[in-house]
Design a protein around this ligand. Sequence first.
Ligand SMILES: [Zn+2]
Length: 410
Amino acid sequence: MNAPATARDVRPAAGIDEIDSVDALAAWPLIRKLVGFPTVSRDSNLALLDWVRDYLAQYGVESAYTWNDERTKANLWATLPARDGNTTKDGIVLSGHTDVVPVDGQPWQTDPFEAVVRGDKIYGRGVTDMKSFSATGLAFVPEFLRRGLKRPLHFALSYDEEVGCIGVRRLIADIVAKGIRPMGCIIGEPTGMRLVLAHKGKRSWRGRVRGFEAHSSLTPRGVNAVQIACEIVAYIGKRAREFRDQGPRDEAYDVPFTTAHVGVIHGGTAVNIVPRDCYFDFEMRHLPDDDPEAFARDVESFARRYIDGMHAVSPDTHIEFDLLSTLPGMDTPDGSEIASLAHACNGIAAVGKVSFGTEASLFHGVDIATVICGPGHIEQAHQPNEWVAIGQLARCEAFMRRLADRVCSS
Ligand SMILES: [Zn+2]
């Protein structure tokens, strides 16, 4: 067990542009601590969670875990009660995922699991996506408690976000079952501290083609799974161009139309064998007006045109599709209470829409109005030498300070 660090006093409100050194950041010790846990999605996040649980416990705040089936990973839910004792109604959720993407094969120039300061940037896996936001919120716990809260403040730290927002689904089911009804949720995914009120939905599938093996000198006696798969892959590319050129547009998004692509293809074993198997994984990131079901049906119906020819060679051939993941879109009204609160906290008038999916849509799905606002930029996420600018962290601290001004009674 790691001894909880003593949180620094949060800095008095000052010009955030004056902050150019980590020593001026209240959250720096916590950022360093959280980045030090190598919480790659395939591995356990329990060491990080236990550390946060102990950190919160020293302020008298209890944590509850919701576990994965193997009890190797968990979500943490913790509530700072309002002064009147309310822990369930009308609170604000600060939400972040604890897992990070792998570093395997990436050319890192520093130890990815150590937060390293170079100039005006901090390097490390997860500094942008997205441990710094969680660390900053946690750094303000003593401040929130000292000033007393008018409404509960919740921390939601999830597992397995990077592999399909898996963990948070259990956490959300748990808080719904317990009758906890927050007013809204702020997710600190990297947006450059801009307020994001909408993101696209995402769905992904695997197509599996089973052909029939033959010696490559006898191709008409085989069914070439790779070539049939490539016809379907090409069709997905054609549909993607149609979404771009003829589909609905919303210029508020960074990519203003629905996109589709194939990210993985595997097939065949040798050049002199007609390949029996090929599979390909594809996804769609859709605007609200484009229907992923209709897209999937269309791709399947295109694939069916090959079936008769395949069966003429062998009845054991087939083409099948599996749904891999579903993440609905999210669209929170600009005039909603949580959007107004977050606006007041980030001090930036503009709002945005983004193409990457987040856990926001899952909170949104159970009527917890959700916005996204966090330090750093998505361009630096998942990269080797992931970094976040110290100025972004200063903005995040300013956000928390303004949040305290609004949710605290003194
Ligand atoms: Zn993330």
